[in-house]
Design a protein around this ligand. Structure first.
Ligand code: DGT
Ligand code: CA
Ligand code: CA
Length: 569
């Protein structure tokens, strides 16, 4: 599928045109990029059929450019823009505080082209000397750089999962394997992934390794032996591959799933009994194998309940899994199948791409029973959000739609903006009419801890607010989380019965797993929200579930695992 490539080039064009100060066009390219990225049909097939220009927001001119990318892998218009602006705009604009216009100022005034240049300039205090930029921007950039550096060379979980599943499926199709499975951080559901780790069992390792090396995605072989290999894929990702004996598969899966800290804790447990644990199995003092075929057997032999991969970070899971110990047990983690609905969905009434009916169809297709339509208010000119009249019209439309639906219900809702002082940008009389009120911060992220805490406490305590969405505002690798006294915010929310969202958008995952765990311990309710802006975005929900699981959350803590009360349906 070339959708990712096409979307990347179109969105780079949007950024470059923004940098040049061109009006309107950047939005058109950005929208086309979003549409292509979220389309489930391979763009090359649409081009082959000549229907790609019919995608919403594409049209003739961008359509021609998409065809050129599909046919040649690149685009002259894009290349010319890149030649004119020889800067790593994608990396630079990922830093909080740097948009295309700031990047242009920095390049023209002090020659900043790369993240390294930016870091040097920021540390040397040269950024605030640039006309148009001040001390505040410089401080923001220094902060943002930390976030960007932390994820350098790592990819987001969503892309990693898709890639890992594709590779595993391709390997299985060769028919050369008894088992193939991905391990590593992607199996643990970490929010960013360094490299992929794939394990396999095959009675004939040589052709099995050869099949791996000749996968179409592989562009470079980094190393290979009789039973293992490391490669680099076209998108730069490294994949480590191992063929292991069937009797060691569980031990290898356990070992290469990690985390390293969890493995060390297990090995210590084995050592305490005079046993030995490694990637081949668990062995007693006389080197007799005790376990290794499957993971559950391995944990069982160590006296432990099976520990779900998401918990394997050595943060108390080994103690909680100990069958011999009284007290806290492992939680029954929430599962994707527990979700009944989605309480955070956008439509083209604000910045979503599709009408309500399309969002309903996509949610139903994924087995959900209800969604809440929570479009934005008109807090910013750039988002064509709902006015008070718009809300009333949408309530009517949803009421009528519900009359036509069987076995599915659409809740009315809104995503109100939490203003700098914690007040909301929609009147109470309107909020009172809606089934679901989501409150969210969209600006002024860098308030002091005291200000932000007071702001969030006020928002979660508001009588009409049901959910605080993407509570920290972080964007992975782009914007650091806001600074707040979370214990105070959790306490206020628990008292008011307001839920915290686990926003499942791949770049947000907000609350993060660490904060999920603290929120659960504080007695807060949670809601896993896709924040879908297109029908395909309901696929994000699984990331929210993985994050909830990493935060030790059970279904009972999560509002949208409940069926709707009868009076709602
Ligand atoms: P990543 O790739 O940085 O996102 O994180 P992981 O967890 O996938 O780490 P990776 O790919 O370096 O190694 C895969 C697993 O192999 C890791 O989670 C645990 C295991 N492992 C790697 N090195 C060691 C080690 O030195 N000691 C132990 N006990 N386990 C290790
Ligand atoms: Ca890895
Ligand atoms: Ca690895």
């Amino acid at each position: 599928m070339k959708n990712e490539l096409v979307a990347r080039i179109l969105s780079e064009i949007a950024d470059l045109l923004d940098l040049e100060g061109v009006a309107f066009k950047p939005r058109a390219y950005r929208r086309a990029a979003e549409v292509v990225a979220s389309s489930s049909e391979p763009i090359e097939e649409l081009v082959a059929g000549g229907t790609h220009a019919e995608l919403p927001g594409v049209g003739e001119a961008i359509g021609r450019k998409i065809a050129e990318i599909v046919e040649t892998g690149r685009l002259k218009y894009h290349d010319d823009l890149l030649a004119k602006w020889p800067i790593d705009l994608a990396a630079l604009t990922r830093v909080d505080g740097v948009g295309p216009k700031t990047a242009k100022l920095l390049y023209e005034a002090i020659g900043v082209r790369t993240l390294d240049d930016l870091e040097q300039a920021a540390r040397a205090g040269r950024i605030h000397t640039v006309k148009g930029l001040g001390e505040k921007t410089e401080a923001k950039i220094l902060h943002g750089l930390e976030e960007a550096r932390a994820v350098e060379g790592r990819m987001l979980l969503f892309a990693a999962l898709r890639l890992a599943e594709d590779l595993v499926a391709e390997l299985r199709e060769t028919g050369l394997f008894e088992r193939v499975q991905f391990a590593g951080s992607v199996r643990r559901g970490r929010e960013t992934i360094g490299d992929l780790d794939i394990l396999a069992v095959s009675s004939d390792p040589a052709p099995a390794v050869a099949a791996f090396l000749t996968l179409p995605e592989v562009v470079e072989i980094l190393s290979h032996g009789e039973t293992k290999a490391s490669v680099r894929l076209g998108n730069g990702v490294q994949v480590d591959f191992r063929v292991v004996p069937a009797e060691s598969f569980g031990a290898a899966l356990q070992y290469f799933t990690g985390s390293k800290a969890h493995n060390i804790a297990l090995r210590r447990l084995a050592g305490a009994r005079g046993w030995k644990l490694n990637e081949y199995g668990l062995y007693d003092a006389d080197d007799r194998p005790l376990a290794g075929v499957d993971e559950d057997g391995l944990y069982g032999a160590l006296g432990l309940q099976p520990i779900p991969p998401e918990l394997r970070e050595d943060t108390g899971e080994v103690e909680a899994a100990d069958r011999g110990r009284k007290g806290r047990r492992l939680p029954h983690l929430v599962q994707v199948g527990d979700l009944r609905g989605d309480l955070h969905v956008h439509t083209n009434a604000s910045d979503g791409l599709a009408p309500i009916a399309d969002m309903v169809a996509a949610a139903r297709a994924r087995g959900l029973k209800y969604i809440a339509i929570t479009d934005h208010t008109r807090f910013a000119e750039i988002i064509g959000g709902l006015s008070a009249d718009g809300v009333a019209a949408q309530i009517d439309a949803i009421t009528n739609l519900n009359k036509t639906l069987r076995g599915f219900h659409v809740l009315t809702g809104i995503e109100v903006n939490v203003q700098a002082d914690g007040s909301l940008d929609l009147a109470d009389e309107i909020l009172a009419q809606l089934d679901v009120v989501i409150a969210a911060v969209h600006s002024h992220f860098r308030q002091s801890r005291a200000e932000m805490t007071a702001r969030l406490v006020r928002a979660v305590s508001h009588e009409h607010v049901d959910i605080l969405a993407h509570p920290t505002g972080r964007k992975i690798g782009e914007r650091p989380p806001c600074d707040a006294d979370w214990d105070a915010v959790f306490a206020a929310a628990a008292k008011a019965g307001t839920a915290f969202e686990i926003n499942a958008n791949p770049i947000r995952l907000d609350l993060s797993a660490d904060l999920v765990r603290r929120a659960v311990d504080a007695g807060c309710r949670l809601a896993i929200g896709s924040d879908a802006h297109a029908p395909e975005h309901f696929d994000f929900l699984r990331l929210g579930v993985l994050t909830a699981r990493r935060g030790w959350a059970e279904a009972g803590s999560i509002a949208n695992t409940r069926d709707l009360a009868r009076e709602d349906t």
